[in-house]
Design a protein around this ligand. Structure first.
Ligand code: DP6
Length: 362
């Protein structure tokens, strides 16, 4: 057992991880339990001051089993996804020594120690704002710190992926690509950073929280139904996305906003088309989402070149990326005029990033 001067020591680590929004979407798995996707995806990591998870993990010999609280409410850790992450992280633990507290934990001791985990989202959980992405990334990152896991972010991303696919992309800031990989065991299905948060820092991300209600169809079951029933999804995964990934990487590297906006909007629209092509069809967007799309499309057309890109995940909330701060201010003005939060029962609030594209998890 771990060496201890007193039997009631507790060792704690706190980490904060922002969520990410895909600009080329992940939708569909080829392996459900390892969470291996049917296509590559690309995302941008958001501002943690508005959309992030904060997780504190504690270990103590006084804890008899692993427990977790999400936003103050205890949740079960019995699900396969939590168990897979905990097992993978535990198996990579190293010796830990805290001289000040007089605590020494040997590698082999971790097998018999348990965790208490408290996690908070500063945004609506499961409302299509990628809460599971920030949540699992933060869980894996904080446990890895606590247990002195020596793996790099790429290897940690393969563990976070087993909690929720999109979580693997939240280990990095800036623009991030999740490579689908080829291995049967998923060891090469990892996230890599394409460019860091300083590369394209004039972009401003604005989220319109159209509804903070929990979505009716979770991403997990939605994508399962799509893979089982949609004739379009394989065409998307095999023919469309591979080309878009190449073009998107190029657009990001050369800061080509018109190309970036065209690809982002098209990919969001195709993802929702594939949801409609599912049987029974899945509707994630609502009337307000559609009106926001029309408003942005009209503005982009009237300017002659795109000023704003929009994208929607598995929910009605709009994520808009403005080409610079000036455009973001105009966009917010327009949105407040056309969609005033007070008058529309469904439209809750707007979230604007001060510095939208943030650093690595930490
Ligand atoms: C529409 O990562 O939440 O946001 O892997 O089953 O947990 P699981 O799904 P999840 O799906 C995210 C889907 C998406 C697109 C994306 O983030 O790429």
């Amino acid at each position: 057992m771990a060496e201890k001067k007193s039997s009631s020591w507790v060792l704690m680590v706190t980490a904060q991880t922002p969520t990410n929004i895909a600009v080329i979407k992940y939708w569909g798995k080829r392996d459900e339990s390892l969470i291996l996707p049917i296509n590559d995806s690309i995302s941008v990591t958001l501002d943690p001051s508005h959309l992030c998870t904060t997780t504190t993990v504690a270990v103590s010999p006084a804890f008899s089993h692993d427990r977790m609280w999400l936003n103050g409410k205890e949740i079960s850790l019995s699900g396969g996804r939590y168990q897979n992450c905990l097992r993978e992280i535990r198996s990579r633990a190293s010796d830990v020594e805290d001289e000040k507290k007089g605590i020494k934990i040997a590698k082999k001791d971790w097998e018999n120690l348990h965790f208490h985990i408290a996690s908070y989202n500063n945004f609506p959980t499961a409302a299509g704002l990628a809460s599971s992405a920030a949540g699992f990334a933060c869980l894996v990152y904080s446990l890895a710190k606590l247990m002195n896991v020596k793996e790099d972010n790429g290897q940690l991303s393969a563990i976070a992926r087993q909690g929720s696919g999109s979580a693997c992309r939240s280990l990095y800031g800036g623009f991030v690509k999740w490579i689908m990989g080829k291995d049967y065991n998923g060891s090469d299905s990892i996230a890599v950073q394409l460019v860091d948060e300083n590369h394209w820092d004039e972009l401003v991300i604005l989220v319109a929280v159209v509804s903070s209600r929990q979505k009716e169809t979770s991403s997990t079951s939605g994508m399962r139904e799509t893979v089982e029933t949609s004739p379009l999804v394989l065409h998307r995964a095999k023919e469309v996305v591979p080309k878009r990934i190449i073009e998107m990487e190029e657009a990001i590297k050369s800061r080509d906003f018109p190309a970036f906006a065209r690809l982002t909007c098209s990919d969001s629209n195709q993802f929702h088309a594939v949801c409609l092509d599912t049987s029974p069809p899945i509707f994630y967007m609502n009337d307000t989402s559609h009106r926001i799309i029309s408003c942005v499309e009209k503005w982009n057309r009237s300017e002659g070149t795109p000023q704003v890109a929009y994208t929607f995940d598995a929910g009605p909330n709009a994520v808009m990326i403005a080409r610079n701060r000036k455009v973001a201010a105009l966009l917010l003005q327009r949105l407040l005029f056309h969609f005033p939060p007070q008058s529309d029962a469904d439209l809750n609030s707007y979230i604007v990033g001060d510095k939208s594209i943030l650093k690595d998890a930490g």
